[in-house]
Design a protein around this ligand. Structure first.
Ligand code: FES
Length: 144
C-alpha cells in the first residue's frame, strides 16, 4: 500500500484496532454473573445451574446494599461471603484465585480471609447448603 492509500485508510485501521482492543479488554474483565435469588425463611436460594462458568455468582436480592459472593471450589464445596470490603465498603471482585477490592487494593481469599491490606478484618462469611441443585445462603435471622 502506498503512503497516500495508507493515510486515507488510517481512520478505518485505527477504528478496527480500537474495537479489537475493546473486545480484548471486555473479554479479559469477565466477572461473576449476578443472580437475583428467591428469599426463603432461612436465607437466599438459587439454582446451582445459575452459577457462572467459573462456578461463582454475585447473589443480590432487591434491597441488599451489597451482594453475597458464592463460589464453588474444586472439591465441590461452596463458600459464601458478603462482597463488602472491610476497609471502606467497596465491592471486591474475583480476580484469579482471590477477591480484589478495586478501591485500595485489599485482597481476600474466596473464604473471606485477608490476604493483603489495607483491610485488616475478614469478609463476613455465611453458611451455605446445597440440596438437589438448590443452593441456600443461610443468613442470620433469615432473609430480610
Ligand atoms: S475499600 Fe477495599 S481496600 Fe479500601
Amino acid at each position: 500500500m502506498k503512503r497516500r492509500g495508507f493515510v486515507q485508510r488510517l481512520p478505518v485501521l485505527t477504528a478496527g484496532l480500537a474495537a479489537g482492543a475493546s473486545a480484548a479488554l471486555i473479554g479479559g474483565c469477565a466477572s461473576a454473573p449476578y443472580v437475583v435469588p428467591q428469599r426463603t425463611p432461612r436465607g437466599l436460594s438459587l439454582r446451582a445451574s445459575e452459577l457462572g462458568p467459573d462456578g461463582d455468582a454475585f447473589v443480590q436480592a432487591p434491597g441488599m446494599e451489597r451482594p453475597v459472593y458464592v463460589r464453588r471450589h474444586a472439591s465441590g464445596s461452596l463458600t459464601a461471603v458478603l462482597a463488602s470490603c472491610t476497609h471502606q465498603g467497596c465491592q471486591p471482585e474475583p480476580v484469579g484465585n482471590r477477591l480484589e477490592c478495586p478501591c485500595h487494593g485489599s485482597q481476600f481469599s474466596f473464604e473471606g480471609e485477608v490476604l493483603a491490606g489495607p483491610a485488616d478484618r475478614p469478609l463476613t462469611r455465611y453458611e451455605v447448603t446445597e440440596t438437589d441443585g438448590e443452593i441456600v445462603v443461610l443468613l442470620p435471622g433469615g432473609a430480610r
